[in-house]
Write a protein that binds this ligand. Structure first.
Ligand SMILES: [Zn+2]
Length: 486
């Protein structure tokens, strides 16, 4: 090592791309979420809140390294990046690495990013990063659990470590492991190599419940023995349509017992496949089935909350689908609420008409075929707010709804707003004067993250697999590039 103190470059260019979302992922979208440019002190504090990137900077400094905080760009899931947006951000990241002249590089990537002309953005980024730094500099990568891993990525990086938990709560531990292994590599103690095994195409499966909990604990217990350095089971992101979409077992080992590494990868895929086969059955019930059950589920404990996960913008969906709204109107549903439909124009028209107004309003169904047709209805404007907030994942009342209106269609209260986001907490309704305790049915555009905040008010929860960009029945998705491994 030429310097006594390691100089570490940390950078991130991260996006979970939903190929079935018609919303392009623009530079404006990154600017609205997280876009820290190397050397910009004003945007660094926000970038340090980004998991894994912030952890890598902090842990590097705690280890006495000289840390260069490079590009940090993240925006919430949406469609593929236009080519100039991707190539521009990639150039910033690579130029930053070249300028830093690092001894060690840590990149925080998602692993399911796609751009116009690029099916494997992370493979492209890592191959170019390797060309910039040459063969000798250790290059470590942290990926999201929902990465579609490729050999281009693992061949270019010194090692790749995936997050193990869903919800993704373990980035700090994984970054710590990556640092340890990269430092050992830099000292010449180990020469990591990777074994990959492709697994099935699977939908989202949490790691908090058995049997997945035990599977993850088993991976952790297996590491650091028999020459195994790190075991990652990447679940893949099935709504990102590429030839390499799907789950992959990744075993990083020191080369001392290659047969053990190969066998470990085989065992991981076999067990993961077995677990997933039994896991998704409860999430494929359609609208009629779920609304029928909701109608029969009468409880005094609160409304039945139905999740419309297929239109969850947190996974890249448009957030303006009308399939469930139309079904509720057709059924003359009463004591029902539905939110939030992202339709800035409809929100503006209702807001301009004012509270108490009755008007014909065209709602939702504008983003693409996965959103269904717009609903035309006579509505009464119940409430208009521009300053309402909901609690986000951290539990803080921090997420602005934008211009938000509540309108009533027969017996259904509908929240329409101008900032595209999933429902995390009841404030999406209560901030607009909707009393959830008085409802029998509440439909939320979210998959998983609403559950914690709604638990105190919900009598029951059901998952509705409506049509949409995030439909759980993967056999219905219009794949063009996917190649199934089995
Ligand atoms: Zn993820």
């Amino acid at each position: 090592m030429s310097r006594s103190r390691l100089r570490v470059f940390v950078g991130s260019l991260s996006h979970e791309t939903n190929s079935f979302s018609p919303l392009p992922t623009s530079l404006r979208a990154f600017e609205a979420d997280i876009l820290h440019r190397q050397g910009d002190a004003a945007t660094l504090p926000q970038a340090l809140t980004f998991p894994a990137y912030g952890d890598a900077v902090e842990l590097g400094e705690a280890r006495g390294h000289e840390v260069v905080a490079g590009l940090c760009a993240w925006t919430q899931p949406s469609g593929p990046l236009p080519r100039p947006v991707y190539e521009g951000l990639r150039a910033e990241l690579l130029d930053g690495i070249a300028a830093a002249r690092p001894d060690l590089v840590i990149l925080v990537l998602h692993g399911a990013m796609m751009a116009d002309g690029y099916d494997d953005c992370e493979g492209d980024i890592l191959a170019r990063a390797r060309a910039v730094i040459g063969d000798k500099i250790p290059l470590g990568v942290i990926l999201d659990l929902h990465a579609n891993l490729t050999t281009t990525m693992t061949d270019s990086a010194t090692m790749v470590i995936g997050c193990k938990e869903y919800p993704h709560t373990d980035y700090r531990e994984r970054v710590g492991e990556l640092y340890d292994l990269l430092e050992r590599t830099a000292r010449g103690e180990i020469s990591p190599r990777s074994v990959l095994r492709r697994g099935p195409l699977v939908g989202p499966i949490g790691t908090t419940d058995e049997p997945m909990r035990g599977f993850v604990d088993g991976l952790i217990a297996r590491e650091s023995r028999d020459g195994l350095l790190s075991l990652s089971m990447m679940h893949g992101f099935p709504w990102s349509d590429s030839p390499h979409t799907g789950s992959v077992a990744l075993v990083v080992h020191d080369g001392s017992q290659p047969d053990v590494a190969e066998a470990a990868a085989d065992a991981m895929v076999a067990r993961f496949t077995q677990i997933c086969a039994g896991a998704s059955a409860g999430r494929t019930r359609g609208i009629d089935d779920i609304l029928g059950e909701a109608g029969r589920t009468l409880t005094n404990a609160g409304p039945t909350v139905v999740a419309d996960g297929a239109d969850n913008p947190g996974g890249g969906a448009g957030c303006d689908s009308t399939f469930i709204l139309k079904a509720l109107i057709d059924r003359n549903a009463t004591d029902a609420a539905l939110g939030m439909i992202w339709d800035p124009q409809a929100a503006l028209i209702a807001a301009d008409a004012g509270v108490g107004a009755r008007l014909p309003l065209r709602i939702g169904g504008k983003i693409g075929p996965m959103s269904g047709a717009p609903v035309d209805a006579e509505v009464e404007v119940l409430c208009v707010r521009e300053d309402a907030l909901q609690r986000g994942l951290t539990g803080k009342l921090s997420e602005p709804l934008g211009l938000a209106v509540a309108v009533r269609i027969g017996g259904i209260d509908v929240v329409i707003n101008s900032i595209r986001q999933q429902v995390f907490s009841p404030e999406c309704f209560t901030a607009l004067g909707i009393d959830l305790a008085a409802k029998r049915l509440v439909v939320v555009k979210s998959t998983q993250h609403y559950q914690a905040a709604f638990a105190p008010v919900a009598g029951a929860t059901l998952y509705c697999n409506a049509p949409g960009s995030l439909n759980m029945d993967l056999t219905t998705l219009p794949y063009r590039k996917l190649v199934l491994s089995n």
